[in-house]
Design a protein around this ligand. Structure first.
Ligand code: PEP
Length: 238
């Protein structure tokens, strides 16, 4: 585990702004003296403006559009996200890939974010079918190659390895497999931080945090419950 791990919570389409605001307040109050870990909250767009966070707490959008303005109904630009005070944006989440987001669009979004100095949490991961076919490395390689096409400076990009078969299922990869996959990703992108995401909970965090090369976690379900999220954060740095 990295010396200063990152724990990011993706709330997906949950929590209205007021709920999000009090959730974040509660967590910040209960973790007043933490500085060995960075905590990122990713609310829905409507809650982003209400985020009132100070380091080591940060906020993130769950997606963005690649253009800065224009006729893109329902979309939000990077500058709008920055205007809300957010520091990060999640790009390439498998739930968006499944509804049609391509590597090409992901690449445009990442370029737009880093051009404006918005940090990126770039999600990659194989499906169960791809895992069974033993093509995980080819899949990740393609997602990385196309997603980061023509992006030279990558220091504002954090990778999140999220096997699709692990998201929301309660199943996590075997320790040695995860170590190997994270190593594979790190060899592709020099000095890049890699988070793990997929069914992280207060129990399995003990095993997961013992994997040396992981730099932190991206958490869906368990990040929406204050007790579970705090438990995970504390166990991550203790
Ligand atoms: C996610 O959707 O990014 C995720 C990791 O979800 P969960 O923790 O619920 O598996």
């Amino acid at each position: 585990m990295n010396k200063k791990p990152i724990v990011a919570g993706n709330w997906k389409m949950n929590k209205h702004p007021k709920e999000g605001f009090s959730f974040v307040d509660e967590i910040q109050d209960l973790l007043l003296d933490i500085n060995h870990v960075s905590v990122i909250f990713a609310p829905p767009f409507t809650g982003l403006f209400e985020m009132n966070v100070n380091p080591p707490f940060y906020s993130a959008a769950q997606n963005c559009h690649w253009e800065n303005s224009g006729a893109f109904t329902g979309e939000i630009s990077v500058s709008m996200i920055k205007d809300c005070g957010a520091n990060y944006v999640i790009i390439g989440h498998s739930e968006n890939r499944q509804s049609g987001e391509t590597d090409k669009l992901i690449n445009l979004k990442i370029k737009s974010a880093i051009k404006s100095n918005l940090k990126v949490i770039f999600c990659i991961g194989e499906t169960l079918q791809q895992k069974r076919k033993k093509i995980t490395k080819q899949v990740l390689n393609k997602q990385i190659r196309f997603g980061l096409n023509k992006i030279k400076i990558k220091n504002n990009i954090i990778l999140a390895y999220e096997p699709v078969w692990s998201i929301g299922t309660g199943v996590i990869p075997k320790k040695n497999e995860l170590f190997e996959t994270i190593n594979f990703i790190k060899k592709k992108i020099n000095k890049c931080k890699v988070l793990y995401g997929g069914s992280v909970n207060p129990k399995n965090i003990i095993v997961l945090k013992s994997i040396d090369n992981i730099d932190g976690f991206l958490i869906g379900g368990a990040s929406q419950d204050p007790n579970k999220f705090i438990d995970i954060i504390k166990k991550t740095y203790n």
